[in-house]
Write a protein that binds this ligand. Structure first.
Ligand SMILES: Cc1cc2nc3c(=O)[nH]c(=O)nc-3n(C[C@H](O)[C@H](O)[C@H](O)COP(=O)(O)OP(=O)(O)OC[C@H]3O[C@@H](n4cnc5c(N)ncnc54)[C@H](O)[C@@H]3O)c2cc1C
Length: 642
């Protein structure tokens, strides 16, 4: 007892010492060296001319926010906005869906810009061009490209993507819609065998869609071949439903109401043999099925592989929203006093609520940059890396967006609730991004599974207290130390899960029984599985920030290294329980970390309009007409500028 009390006293004394000696996170000289122009060049991933042209185009009156529209009017406006987009010139090349194959960075850049303006427009474009058009590009052959892509380019044929069913969302392999080849007639018969097999949530199908990329289980000559994709007309040229197609409009949703989602049933709909996208599998006239990919599961992987581009776009849209939200909230905070002359941005709580989000936004933007390099620039992309990064960053970016926008809305007080100030509509319109294009929890499981499947995992040693980075009593914490801690955190989760799965499967007779026991152990630890996904993304993003800080010109390097420090420290703080549990930090370190973060937030957020945080927001380069929120300009003129 006595010993315990002495230990407690000692611990308290140690913490008290640390109160006076918080380690430095941010070097003051770096703050004054930050150059928004140089930083912007680092943050804009590619195609600056196209991006400028699209931003300029979005100055048109039709793109101005209008929060008074009915559901049907908003859908109509969204369609008209898209019609303008497809007709625009953009420096002579316009926007071409074939760039999905020929110039994917240009394709992405054009679509990314739309989410700066309105998410319904961005998603309607994303469904049409990326999900429908991209699927035709990736899984179709010349006959599909020639017949369909020109009509997608002009919106003559508005496209949908029919993967999800009422009964089968995340589990795509389980879809029930059938496609049976009728050899004598040379046609496929597409059928919805039960209500649970109806296509559900299909964007664009409620009202405007005319063609749909339908995922269905293929049977040829009585043999099941797994999910394949068929291009099915759902409406004719004048917009009437095709024979055998029934559609129910979903009606109002909690947001994203410019997009017309719907439910589709196919009652023995006949489509010609050419309707099957046949790049990776085909059926000849006599009814012989062939594919260079031998197994159903490998073929399925190829069929859904095209979703990566959409996933990157969704993740990028979330980072864009974080840029917009933090810029609005920080600008407002830098001008608005409350309780005398004190600016709300000078309260520590305000800095603590907004600045970690700013650091996260940078980390994710630089993470997305490396994902695009991996996906689009390599002669032969590393498929596993692209899968892990696209899944992990999609989940981390969209979950972070939820948190960042909520903080931004609260930090703006009542003004955050006003639709004209943009944060609120972004919150409701984008809320879906955490569950569509791959549900986040399922995405993080895929990241963890890929890491655990890597043979290198077997050689890893679990970190212990010898990996502790003593924050208490150190004058300065380096970004390298924070990175080491983030990596040790990931390693600890990885080793824990590896060991749990290994011990569950050891001694089980037969390969099948051992695999089933390991899978059960994975399921029993799903909480840690998701944490591992997060830990991997965070360690990677921190690494990318440090790489950029090493190679970027001075004014950009200064900004990135300052935010890398804050990112690393606040991510560790958010997961403190685990660091303490495995001995990577102790109580005194935790106390020191808190103070160090407080100090860094003060350095970045104080100073009103001269606060360094505002320079870091300027580097996002968001055009004023797309920032749109009156409180981002001069809140004192509210009502006069609306
Ligand atoms: C506005 C909107 C637009 C959409 N547009 C389209 C479209 O154009 N085309 C299309 O095909 N689809 C579309 N979708 C469907 C979307 O892709 C699905 O909603 C998504 O795949 C999730 O499926 P679900 O809704 O059935 O959820 P479920 O898969 O049923 O998941 C429900 C919950 O269970 C959890 N869960 C599920 N499986 C697991 C697991 N293995 N482990 C742990 N937890 C699990 C999830 O995390 C989630 O919280 C759209 C959806 C919406 C809302």
């Amino acid at each position: 007892m006595e010993g315990n009390r002495r230990l407690e006293v000692l611990e308290r004394q140690l913490c008290a010492v640390q109160l006076a000696e918080a380690p430095e996170l941010i070097d003051a000289a770096a703050l004054s060296a930050i150059c928004p122009k140089q930083l912007q060049a680092l943050l804009v991933h590619d195609n600056p001319e196209l991006r400028s042209a699209v931003f300029e185009f979005l100055k048109g009156d039709i793109f101005k926010p209008n929060h008074y529209l009915s559901l049907m009017e908003f859908r109509e406006l969204t369609l008209q906005r898209l019609q303008r987009f497809v007709a625009a010139d953009f420096g002579g090349r316009g926007f071409d869906v074939r760039d999905y194959m020929n110039d994917p960075r240009r394709f992405m850049a054009g679509l990314e810009c739309l989410s700066f303006c309105d998410y319904s427009m961005a998603i309607k474009a994303g469904v049409h061009f990326t999900l429908c058009g991209g699927t035709i590009c990736k899984l179709g052959t010349a006959k599909h490209h020639n017949a369909l892509l020109p009509k997608l380019n002009t919106l003559e044929l508005p496209g949908c993507f029919g993967m999800t069913e009422l009964g089968h969302g995340s589990n795509v392999m389980g879809i029930e819609t059938t496609a049976v080849y009728d050899a004598p007639r040379g046609e496929f018969v597409i059928t919805t065998p039960s209500n649970e097999a109806s296509k559900y949530w299909i964007g664009g199908s409620g009202q405007h869609g005319k063609i749909c990329a339908v995922f269905a289980q293929l049977t040829v000559g009585g043999v099941w071949q797994g999910p394949h994709v068929f291009m099915v007309r759902i409406r004719d040229d004048s917009g009437r439903l095709m024979p055998g197609v029934r559609i129910k409009d979903h009606g109002p949703k909690m947001g994203l109401n410019g997009v017309d989602n719907g439910q589709i049933w196919f009652d023995s709909v006949r489509v010609p043999r050419d309707a099957m996208l046949d790049r990776y599998a085909s059926v000849d006239a006599a009814g012989t099925y062939s594919s260079p990919i031998p197994t159903v599961s490998a073929r399925f992987g190829t069929m859904v592989g095209g979703l990566t581009t959409g996933r990157i776009l969704i993740g990028q849209g979330a980072v864009t929203a974080c840029m917009i939200g933090t810029t609005i909230a920080l600008r407002y905070a830098s001008q608005r006093p409350q309780f005398g002359d004190k600016l709300i941005g000078d309260y520590l709580t305000h800095q603590r609520r907004l600045l970690p989000g700013l650091a996260t936004t940078y980390a994710l933007q630089l993470g997305m940059k490396q994902l695009k390099v991996a996906a689009f620039d390599a002669a032969k992309p590393d498929a596993k890396l692209v899968h892990v990064l696209s899944s992990g960053l999609k989940a981390a970016a969209t979950w972070s967006r939820v948190e960042v926008l909520q903080q931004c809305r609260e930090c703006c007080g009542g003004m955050g609730f006003l639709a004209a100030n943009k944060i609120g509509p972004m919150k409701t319109d984008m809320d879906v991004d955490v569950t569509f294009e791959g549900d986040n929890t399922v995405m993080m499981q895929q990241v963890a599974r890929a890491l655990l499947d890597d043979p290198a995992t077997a050689r890893l040693n679990a970190p212990g207290s010898w990996d502790r980075v003593a924050l208490a009593g150190t004058p300065h914490v380096s970004a390298g130390q924070l990175h080491s801690l983030l990596q040790a955190h990931e390693r600890s989760l990885l080793c824990h899960l590896r060991d749990a799965m290994a011990s569950a499967s050891s001694g089980k007779g037969g390969k099948g029984a051992a695999a089933a026991a390991a899978a059960a152990a994975f399921e029993e630890n799903l909480d840690l599985v998701v944490q591992l996904g997060w830990a991997h993304v965070e360690a990677r993003c921190m690494g990318y920030m440090l790489d950029e800080a090493r190679s970027a010109p001075g004014g950009a390097a200064a900004g990135v290294s300052v935010l890398a420090q804050l990112y690393g420290a606040t991510r560790i703080e958010a997961r403190l329980a685990h660091y303490l549990q495995v001995g990577l930090l102790n109580g005194a370190d935790a106390a020191a970390l808190r103070l160090a973060v407080n100090k860094a937030c003060r350095q970045l957020g104080s100073g009103g309009p001269a606060a360094p945080a505002l320079k870091l927001c300027d580097a996002f380069g968001i055009p004023e007409h797309l920032l749109a929120a009156p409180i981002a300009k001069n809140w004192r003129e509210m009502g006069q500028t609306l």
